[in-house]
Write a protein that binds this ligand. Structure first.
Ligand SMILES: NC(=O)c1ccc[n+]([C@@H]2O[C@H](COP(=O)([O-])OP(=O)(O)OC[C@H]3O[C@@H](n4cnc5c(N)ncnc54)[C@H](O)[C@@H]3O)[C@@H](O)[C@H]2O)c1
Ligand SMILES: [Zn+2]
Length: 370
């Protein structure tokens, strides 16, 4: 690793692990995996890589080469890119592959891909033989700053997203920001919504850093990328440490913008709006709601609009969705985070701080769509 590398420690007692972040560190995954699993060079190492069709060449192959170079026996399984792979059918096929590979409880599962691959591979690792060691190599911005941190794994049920899953923390995470050179713009920009979210909910200084580095964000400047990934991981790691199993309520602050966003995603038809795009629009609805309730002023709303615009994230609710107020409310009420019909919203009271607020009437929620 060159001297610019950065490590974020996720402090979870016996489940603690490191996130190693750098540009061009992918070739170190072999030696890092050995050290995370405390497996010396003489000991055998079986690695089961799960990736997708867009990530196989060149990234998953590079991971395979690095593992092979440290003497590991490696099997690569490639699933079809896209959300549809987070399915029971795919799980079942992967279990078959693991049996065929003669995986035992020391076999490590590596996820090389975006959040889809991470969630799927993590759930396979959590469940096969009652739990295999798991390593994440996230390759989308969203996976780097969000889904690879915190141990949530799972798949979709035809009736609901992420309905089936488990908490399973990885043994380590390697982030090579260079792998984003192949990531399409739309996916990259979508990931920035979660990055901006961390600024609003927890860190005013980080929000200002993003405002001051718009050019670097848009050009994917390696120094800016490393900082924004590392700071986002630190902030998520802090929340996860305080509320690993989503019991104290703190982890809920990560849902800023998401109550609206989930409804937009569902109504636009899954796949029409990328998650981060929906979150961007949802954050603005949330900030208008906060403004209406007198919790923030116009400046705080405008700063969010300006930053989201500057990185080319959408900020307006799609026209066909805006007309469907009743459907939006129904979607929100069906959200698994809704308790006994009371919609809870994570709302800022300044940039860098949020609170969870309930008891808001439906008409106010709807007025904030535009
Ligand atoms: N576990 C969690 O805490 C958590 C948090 C947030 C989201 N998620 C889940 O994450 C998923 C979304 O993740 P995502 O946005 O990464 O989607 P994704 O995994 O579908 O990746 C997006 C697209 O980019 C492609 N891709 C990935 N890396 C690439 C690269 N380096 N170069 C070129 N193409 C690349 C993929 O093949 C895919 O087509 C959802 O299923 C969501 O539920 C989980
Ligand atoms: Zn999100």
């Amino acid at each position: 690793m060159n001297s610019s590398g950065q490590t974020v420690h996720v402090d979870l007692g016996t489940r603690s692990y490191d996130i190693c972040i750098d540009a061009g560190n992918l070739a170190q995954i072999g030696s890092l995996t050995r050290s995370w699993l405390e497996r010396s060079a003489e000991q055998s190492l079986k690695c089961f890589i799960i990736t997708d069709t867009n990530v196989l060449h060149p990234h998953a192959n590079a991971v395979k080469a690095s593992l092979t170079a440290v003497g590991a026996e490696v099997r690569v399984v490639c699933v079809k890119a896209g959300e549809a792979s987070k399915s029971l059918k795919e799980m079942s096929d992967l279990y078959d592959e693991l049996v065929d590979f003669k995986a035992d409880r020391k076999t490590v599962v590596l996820a090389v891909g975006g959040g889809v691959v991470g969630d799927l591979a993590g759930f396979v690792a959590a469940t096969y033989a009652r739990g295999l060691p798991f390593v994440q190599v996230p390759t989308t911005l969203l996976a780097m700053v969000d889904s690879s941190v915190g141990g949530k794994t799972g798949i979709n049920h035809p009736k609901g997203k992420n309905l089936i899953g488990a908490f399973h923390q990885p043994a380590g995470v390697l982030i090579d920001t260079d792998v984003m050179s192949t990531l399409p713009d739309r996916e990259y920009i979508s990931g920035l919504a979660e990055v901006i979210k961390y600024g609003v909910i927890l860190d005013a200084e980080f929000f200002a850093y993003l405002e001051n580095n718009v050019a670097g964000l848009n050009e994917r400047d390696p120094v800016v990328l490393r900082h924004l990934v590392a700071r986002s991981c630190e902030l998520k790691a802090y929340v996860v440490k305080e509320d690993e199993y989503e019991t104290t309520g703190l982890r809920a602050i990560l849902n800023y913008g998401h109550t609206y966003a989930h409804a937009f995603e569902a109504l636009a038809g899954y796949g029409k709006l990328l998650h981060g795009e929906a979150v961007s629009i949802g954050m603005l609805c949330g900030s208008r709601l906060a403004r209406k309730l007198g919790r923030i002023g116009d400046t705080e709303v405008q700063r969010q609009i300006d930053l989201l615009n500057a990185v080319k994230l959408p900020v307006d609710v799609p026209e066909d969705v805006v007309k469907r107020a009743d459907d939006i409310l129904n979607c929100m009420l069906l959200d698994k985070k809704t308790v006994a019909g009371d919609l809870k919203f994570v709302l800022p009271d300044r940039i860098g701080h949020v609170e969870t607020i309930g008891g808001i009437d439906s008409s106010t929620i709807i007025e904030c769509l535009s």
